[in-house]
Design a protein around this ligand. Sequence first.
Ligand code: 5AD
Ligand code: SF4
Length: 441
Amino acid sequence: MKKVYLETYGCQMNVSDSERVASNLAGNGYEMTENEENADVILINTCSVREKAEHKLYSRVGRIRHADRPKPVIGVMGCVAQLEGNTLFKKIEGVDLVLGTRAVGRAAKALSSVFEGKTDVIDLGEREENYDWTVADTHRHSPYVAFVPIIEGCNKFCTYCIVPFSRGRERSLTAAEIVRQVLELRRNGVREVHLIGQNVNSYRPESNVGLEGFEGKSAFSKLLRAVAATGIERIKFTTSFPRDFHEDIVDAIEEHPNLCNWVHLPVQSGSNRVLKHMKRGHTIDRYLKQIDRLRASSRDIAITTDIIVGFPGETEQDFQESVDLVKYCGYDSAYIFRYSPRPGTPAFEMEDDVTDAEKTLRFLELEKEQKASQNRRLTRYLGAEVSVLVENRSTRTENGLTGHSTCHKIVNFVGSDDLLGQVVNVKINEIKTNSLFGELV
Ligand code: 5AD
Ligand code: SF4
């Protein structure tokens, strides 16, 4: 049996693709291994959203080739594979296989071509008509938490972003298929599902099947109610796109306790001028109305975001508007990125006129503001009880367990292994930068 080592960079969609590739390979006579040294095949699932991730691939393949061992078959999947295609064989010595973002269902087929002796095997084709979106239980990243893609691709073409080019156009799964998967996951012991997609609230299936009878002002809010009705313990969803973020989503969260109190709503900039150049399709005014609605909710909803600093033409004044926005919104957490020009995107043609040093200064200033806001948010939990899905043992403390709250905070506490997979209450008595510590109630 050929052994395959699979490593994954980037977003949850990549994690989910990797899970399905592992299922596909294991179902076709390959053995998945955690041990890189004795693998016959090393597959690298890549990300190209920012520059560094791409550089990692180049050095990673070099390290594999120069390791003291027979050279394994090296395959590249994910966004770098899709964007670079055939050129990867020329650019990086030692790559045997390139598998595009929609070709992952044919991983086993492509690998057998390699083992039949074919060179430069490449598949950048579309998903199969009958593509199997399910993941075998043993290949999920957690026995208790499952990612369920509801929409793939992106039609938004924000000017800085490579994703519409690497992941193609938006395609939604039918609600009937999504609900079927959630019910099956629930039967198999999964406690929490994450409905995932580049923009989940742009969900627009070709048919209404599975949504009949569910209320909602958009297909996505109907889907949330349909998934809530499965009775699965917890439902999270990410990422939300501000332009299409309807208040009705907050109504759905308030109606259904199993829809979790966490929304990831990337703003990208606090300046209307920059947002316009980014072609985000939302203004700060509208965004803040959504934040106000979320903050006014009876559910105490955690809000997280993504922000880019140093976008072409971003002035000190524009940047200060991002700082003010972070102060106002009081995010539970924020991913801050230095702008990185991506070849092929419209922003690549704009002058990257904020210097690296200035980008770093802005990054640090915004991070400082965010840390203060995060600390205020976390402090509110001191003395409070939160509901935690126990996901793993923690290496940080003896008999430590770790999991996530419904508001998607990492919570650590002491307890016995039989709590793994259970939902328990934890009383919070300490906060750290990115996590909560407490005692089992
Ligand atoms: N430069 C910096 N950050 C980027 N992101 C996407 N493209 C770029 C880029 N070219 C960030 C956005 C997005 C997150 C996933 O990555 O903030 O929301
Ligand atoms: Fe990229 Fe914008 Fe699509 Fe998000 S919405 S994936 S930032 S193009």
